[in-house]
Design a binder for this molecule. Structure first.
Ligand code: MG
Length: 361
């Protein structure tokens, strides 16, 4: 198998602010695995703030260690996953996920079947994805909620002093189901107080109220609030499931955290066995990485797979949304195709936009 990597710079339509920072461009990596005349594609979409320790430079440096473990049979996915986790024991989830999704794309193309089919899943059972409203002024967040009228579930980023005003402004213009995500912003005490106040706006669940390693805090918040609590930053790989079980109501699985579809499937089954609900989430990425997660989505209760919707230009297409419900592509592999967009860096694009502005003479 031959592997090729190239940078994939994705500009966001508007800056994406969460409680720990703001992201304007996703510096992702496109990987292609070639075998037997076919090419599988995958996308490494690390967390924008480097929270999980991955950047483009770390991914390019680590890639050769994973390529060594690929072997020559792309269908030996279990061996390859285990080999990648042995080669790089901790972290590198986004990079491993990119290779894993490229292999799934390749295997689907070799078999002539969409990924969801060879995973044995029913495309009619996909969940409705939420659409994320990032942190901004109350007026701007309300305007985004109003514009997202096609999405019946909104995920609102919280963890700022203006949370209540933000939620109130959104509720005034939207009857959507609202979930909130604090991205580890609060102490357990703050979380209990804030969630009690936010509950007035009819919240479906709260994601990651406290720091990732504050497992007792998660339990405390769950015991003292009436809104279900989901773990995201506290639940990264399969070995984290048992640690959060009994402390939260559900978990957010992301391919870029756990290293790909196979580890994600293991996490879904472990979570369900331990009475946890499951959401499939994403980082900021194109429809390529979104499609990989979407193919697994018939297995889970909730989805937050809006990464491609937040981009200025999505370079891939394939996954569609019907009133938020994920519609899986039916082509072989991941079923996505590259759009005919000229590849330009964000700075080149800004320069191009500036050129288009008529100059006064
Ligand atoms: Mg989250």
């Amino acid at each position: 198998m031959q592997v090729r990597a190239e940078p994939l710079d994705l500009e966001l339509a508007t800056p994406f602010r969460i409680s720990r920072g703001v992201q304007r461009v996703a510096r992702n990596l496109l990987l292609e695995v070639a075998h037997d005349g076919l090419i599988g594609q995958g996308e490494a979409a690390p967390d924008g703030g480097g929270y999980y320790g991955e950047k483009r430079e770390t991914m390019l440096a680590a890639l050769p260690y994973l390529i060594e473990r690929l072997g020559d049979d792309p269908l030996c996915l279990e061996d390859i996953t285990a080999g990648m986790d042995q080669a790089l024991h901790h972290g590198h989830g986004a990079l491993k996920a990119a290779l894993d999704m490229a292999l799934h794309d390749l295997v689907g193309k070799l078999l002539g079947q969409p990924v969801y089919r060879f995973l044995g899943l029913n495309r009619a059972r996909t969940p409705v994805s939420s659409y994320t409203i990032a942190i901004d002024t109350p007026e701007a967040m309300a305007a985004k909620a109003r514009a997202a009228v096609d999405y019946p579930i909104l995920k609102v980023k919280v963890g700022m002093p203006d949370d209540l005003a933000n939620l109130r402004a959104i509720r005034e213009v939207s009857r959507a189901t609202l979930r909130v995500d604090a991205n580890a912003a609060w102490t357990a005490k703050e979380a209990i107080r804030c969630i009690d106040a936010l509950a007035e706006y009819d919240i479906e669940f709260v994601e990651q109220p406290v720091a990732a390693d504050d497992l007792d805090g998660l339990r405390l918040v769950r015991e003292h609030t009436r809104v279900p609590i989901f773990a995201d930053e506290s639940c990264v790989t399969p070995s984290d499931i048992a640690r959060v079980a009994g402390r939260v109501d559900g978990i957010n699985i992301k391919l870029a955290k756990c290293g790909g579809l196979r580890n994600a499937v293991k996490m879904v089954h472990a979570a369900h066995a331990l009475d946890l609900e499951v959401m499939l989430g994403c980082m900021i990425g194109s429809s390529l990485s979104i499609a990989a997660a979407a193919h697994l989505s018939p297995l889970v209760e909730y989805a937050d797979l809006d990464g491609g919707l937040l981009l200025a230009d999505d370079p891939f297409h394939g996954v569609r949304f019907d009133r938020g419900k994920l519609v899986l592509p039916d082509g072989p592999g991941l079923g996505v195709a590259q759009r005919d967009l000229p590849r330009r860096s964000p700075s080149a694009r800004r320069a191009e936009k500036a050129e288009k502005i008529p100059k006064e003479t």
